[in-house]
Design a protein around this ligand. Structure first.
Ligand code: GTP
Ligand code: IMP
Ligand code: MG
Length: 341
């Protein structure tokens, strides 16, 4: 009987896709609902050796009994959604996925504006997915909503009604955020941010759940930091230093090389504060400590890795309940029983 929100605590790409998959296959929530900006996101999910890149479909789709929803705050590109429904056909996505009637719709015009504007594409370094121009049209009240679009007519629902009824019936609801704290329009490194707030309160608003209904907020932090696009990054290292540490990464949506930096404790602490974190999931510990790859017990981590994790936990003041030691679902240490009870 819980309503959980999961959000990114840095600049996106913290490994939310992997953590969401873990929570949704392990805890089996009845409803998994996508919040966040829109198809600018690229969540990676790995399961049984297969790898999926997702932009709109909730990352928890492996849980085949769950209802999959997209909240009204999320921008929908019907072509991206259709492609993902086909790509994930064997998981019966079409039968389980619905979008809120009030999701705003991204068109080719929004994507073109995003790419043609040198301010957006070059100065800010946007993903080119049309999210910024679409949110601008939404605020100007000229954009179409999902209920106006023929391509989505079979997939429309009232997301707040479904979720709140489920919560009242004692069911479990899992809300997936996208992007990360540093990309928040309100609290991030403006103007080098995305086109809306990316914190937990907005994720709740995105799907129509009031703050009093939320039990848990999981903030996902990577053991080091990555950032794509432009903007300040105080702990950034040079590409040569990153390469030496074996920390090269490329974006799921854009294929761009990610900038790499050291973990920033002050930044993480502020992110946990503004998100109201009750738990932290720490990912990619194996990238810093390769001897920890695929460990699934805390005792199997090296002393160095444990010291690193305990130092972070003490600085942020929030329990680190999930430690991810590889991209696959199985590569997870789950400390919730001992830390939360
Ligand atoms: P956005 O919604 O775009 O912010 O993405 P995300 O938070 O879902 O992260 P994304 O999948 O873009 O990037 C994380 C990358 O790290 C992916 O390639 C994952 O497969 C991988 N990954 C996640 N957790 C771990 C981990 O613990 N160890 C290793 N080695 N890789 C991981
Ligand atoms: P936009 O959201 O496409 O407008 O891009 C604005 C900024 O947010 C750029 O720096 C993007 O690289 C960044 N961004 C947007 N979505 C993601 C994401 O899912 N992961 C990482 N960075 C993102
Ligand atoms: Mg990503």
């Amino acid at each position: 009987m819980t309503c959980t929100i999961l959000v990114g605590g840095q600049w996106g790409d913290e490994g939310k896709g992997k953590c969401i998959t873990y929570f949704c296959t392990h805890d089996k929530p009845d409803i998994i609902v996508r919040a966040g900006v829109g198809p600018n996101a690229g969540h990676s999910v790995e399961y049984n050796g297969e790898k999926y890149g997702l932009r709109l479909t909730p990352s928890g789709f492996f849980n085949e009994d769950a209802r999959l929803l997209i909240g009204a705050g999320v921008l929908v590109n019907p072509d991206v959604l259709k492609h993902e429904m086909e790509y994930l056909e064997k998981y019966d996505i079409k039968e389980r996925l619905s979008v809120d009637s009030n999701c705003a719709i991204i068109t080719d015009k929004h994507m073109q504006t995003d790419k043609d504007s040198s301010y957006l594409s070059k100065k800010i370094g946007t993903t080119g997915s049309g999210c910024g121009p679409a949110n601008a049209d939404r605020i100007n009240r000229t954009i179409d909503y999902a209920k106006d679009v023929d391509a989505l007519k079979d997939y429309i629902t009232d997301v707040p009604k479904e979720i709140n009824e489920a919560i009242n019936e004692g069911k479990d609801v899992f809300i997936e955020g996208s992007q990360g704290f540093g990309l928040s329009l309100y609290y991030g490194t403006y103007p080098f941010v995305t086109s809306k707030d990316t914190c937990a309160s907005t994720a709740a608003a995105d799907v129509g759940v009031g703050p009093t209904k939320v039990d848990d907020v999981v903030v996902v932090l990577k053991a080091y930091i990555t950032r794509v696009g432009e903007g300040p990054f105080p702990t950034e290292m040079t590409p040569e230093e990153a390469e030496k540490l074996g920390l090269e990464e490329y974006g799921v949506v854009t294929g761009r090389k990610r900038r790499i930096g050291l973990f920033d404790k002050e930044f993480a602490k502020r992110s946990c504060m503004i998100n109201g974190a009750t738990q932290v999931a720490l990912t990619c510990i194996d990238k810093l400590y390769p001897e920890c790859y695929q460990a699934n017990k805390y005792e199997d981590l090296s002393q160095e890795a444990r010291d690193y994790i305990e130092d972070i936990e003490e600085s942020i003041g929030v329990p680190i309940t999930i430690i991810s030691t590889g991209p696959d679902l199985e590569d997870t240490i789950d400390l919730r029983d001992e830390k939360l009870n």
